[in-house]
Design a protein around this ligand. Structure first.
Ligand code: 5GP
Length: 214
């Protein structure tokens, strides 16, 4: 296809909504279609995480240096930690015409919308608030206060759902993954993303039509 300008795609969603799992499956099913931006954060490394794979783990000082040096495309404070998108890698992918996915929270998503008005904003949610609560509790590893804190954050985040382009209800993982893929691929066909292709076809046809149209 010719309509292959790269896109910035933002995937947000409540903690416990399954956006990380959707991303993992999407990338493993379509390894050459999508590129994931790796964020910087000041939060501690969780078990199984590696520096440079899940996140670039930074001290507060290092992160604040990145802010001062304008190394971040956007950043936000979430749950008492900084999270931000390093600018350079995303810029490089955009220049190469690649589709780059940012898995970030709502404040960052709205900053991205300002920088890239054509970014595609997707929000992942379970089918109901009750199911979100059950999923957060169901992990079994969290203290009730932590679950309550996550639900309070989710409630605040839910007020910004309307700012997104599409809502992904994560009821069935495979369906959610296919839906995200289809949405992104359909989005490539939007007229506003194909102005160069349209111009070229109009110009080519105008040449053929010269002298023919009375
Ligand atoms: P976690 O600590 O569970 O990995 O992530 C906490 C939240 O921070 C999630 O909602 C995640 O999407 C978000 N997040 C991760 N990276 C970034 C980033 O670079 N910028 C912003 N604004 N949020 C991020």
């Amino acid at each position: 296809m010719d309509n292959n300008q790269g896109m910035v795609i933002v995937l947000s969603g409540f903690s416990g909504a399954g956006k990380g799992t959707i991303m993992k499956h999407l990338l493993s099913e379509h390894p050459t279609d999508y590129f994931l931006s790796i964020s910087a954060t000041t939060r501690g490394k969780r078990e199984g995480e590696e520096d440079g794979r899940e996140y670039f783990f930074k001290t507060r000082e290092e992160f604040e240096d990145m802010i001062r040096n304008h190394d971040l495309l956007e950043y936000a404070s979430f749950n008492q930690n900084y999270y931000g998108t390093p600018k350079q890698y995303v810029q490089q992918l955009i220049n190469e015409g690649k589709d780059v996915i940012l898995e970030i929270e709502v404040q960052g998503a709205l900053q991205i919308r300002k920088i890239f008005p054509q970014a595609l904003l997707l929000f992942v949610t379970p089918p109901s608030g009750n199911i979100l609560k059950e999923r957060l509790e169901g992990r079994g590893t969290e203290e009730p206060e932590v679950v309550a804190q996550r639900l309070a954050i989710a409630s605040r985040e839910s007020l910004l759902m309307e700012q997104y382009d599409y809502i992904i209800v994560n009821d069935d993982l495979d369906k959610a993954v296919s839906y995200v893929h289809e949405l992104i691929q359909s989005e490539h066909g939007r007229t506003m993303r194909n102005t160069q292709l349209i111009d070229r076809i109009q110009n080519e046809l105008a040449v053929f039509a010269k002298g023919e149209v009375k």
